[in-house]
Design a protein around this ligand. Structure first.
Ligand SMILES: [Mg+2]
Length: 201
């Protein structure tokens, strides 16, 4: 029994904070975990910037609604979901992902949640579990699933390596070079073919 676990940002949709920084005209929000590896610190800093600009959840969702999934992502997901259960596992937040999930036809998404005050101000955030991608894949395996996983970044390597089959997708040259044993694909057609092939076993 197979289940496919996909990363979201960089695979199905653009990096939300980078796209948000561009759409909102707040360039300092382009700072990512590559600049500040402490995710908790980075998120608190981001929430401070949003507050400074008077952006509550509703304004943020309006900006995110202008961001589109990567070309072909919806068609890829629709086809994949016709023959496999699919879970998108992401380190983002349900409320940020919502406008993009709508455009993707509401696939299943496991991520984190923002704490939002009644007036819409984002007051904090709650991370679901440590190493959420690897932990989720292991939990799925513990209930009888074989997992197939794909993602583009460092935080995807755990679930990719722990899965029956795992693929890098639209990854960086550095990550591909550091992980020469992992198949790496650039197009949805290649990824679809690899997933279908893995499910033949
Ligand atoms: Mg990613």
């Amino acid at each position: 029994m197979y289940i496919t676990c996909l990363d979201m940002e960089g695979v199905l949709v653009p990096e939300i904070w980078i796209a948000f920084a561009e759409a909102s005209g707040i360039p300092e929000l382009k700072k990512t975990t590559r600049d500040e590896p402490d995710y908790d610190k980075l998120m608190r800093w981001r929430l401070g910037i949003l507050k400074e600009h008077g952006l509550g959840l509703r304004e943020i969702q309006e900006v995110i609604a202008k961001i589109d999934p990567l070309p072909g992502a919806k068609e890829f997901l629709d086809e994949l979901r016709s023959f496999s259960q699919v879970i998108i596992i992401s380190d983002t937040f349900t409320q940020f992902a919502q406008p993009l999930m709508k455009k993707l036809g509401w696939p299943t998404l496991f991520c984190n949640t923002l704490e939002v005050a009644p007036d819409g101000e984002i007051t904090g955030f709650k991370m679901r579990i440590e190493q959420s991608k690897l932990s989720t894949v292991k939990a799925l395996q513990s209930i009888g699933f074989e997992t197939i996983a794909s993602g583009d970044s460092y935080n995807d390597l755990g679930m990719i390596r722990a899965s029956k089959a795992g693929f890098l997708f639209k990854s960086t040259d550095k990550i591909k070079a550091d992980n020469p044993d992992l198949p790496a694909y650039e197009t949805f057609d290649e990824l679809m073919a690899a997933i279908r092939e893995a499910m033949k076993d």
